[in-house]
Design a protein around this ligand. Structure first.
Ligand code: DQA
Length: 145
């Protein structure tokens, strides 16, 4: 059976392509989503990509993943740095959860140096643009294998 994977994206990530391209690159959100689905399919994964600006919705999706034992690739965006609600939702995970970032938060403003998610994630991949997501998908396959 094809392994389902949720790729979940937090606030402002729908604006990739036009949002601070010097920081986040020129790839649009739609292109990033298509890339995740295509590379996922090559890896034998059934990838579903979602984005929300709403913390409560992201928490509900993490509950859904926990209940369904679904692996998750999560870019929590700004919630990374302060959302204990999101951290608590991630802590309930029942499968691998990989935190990803397009930019390298450690090389940016001080407030981005803290991730409240990292301590409950399987691992973190940051600073590689869309490749952060693709490497996370690859890591999930190796995890399953
Ligand atoms: C981000 C980094 C966060 O600090 C920022 O708030 C984002 C995007 C990234 O993918 O580089 O919205 O998660």
């Amino acid at each position: 059976m094809t392994q389902r994977v949720l790729v979940l994206n937090g606030p402002n990530l729908s604006r990739l392509g036009s949002r601070e391209p010097d920081v986040y690159g020129a790839t649009t959100y739609a292109e990033l989503a298509d890339l995740c689905v295509a590379v996922g399919a090559e890896l034998g994964l059934d990838v579903e990509v979602r984005q929300t600006d709403d913390e409560a919705e992201l928490v509900r999706w993490l509950h859904e993943a926990a209940d369904g034992r679904l692996p998750v690739v999560l870019n929590p965006a700004a919630f990374t740095h302060y959302s204990y609600a999101l951290r608590d939702a991630c802590a309930q995970r029942t499968a691998a959860l990989i935190e990803v970032h397009l930019s390298n938060p450690a090389a940016r403003e001080e407030f981005r140096h803290t991730s409240v998610i990292a301590g409950v994630a399987t691992g973190t991949i940051a600073g590689l643009g869309p490749r952060s997501y693709l490497l996370a998908l690859r890591a999930l396959v190796e995890d399953e294998g």
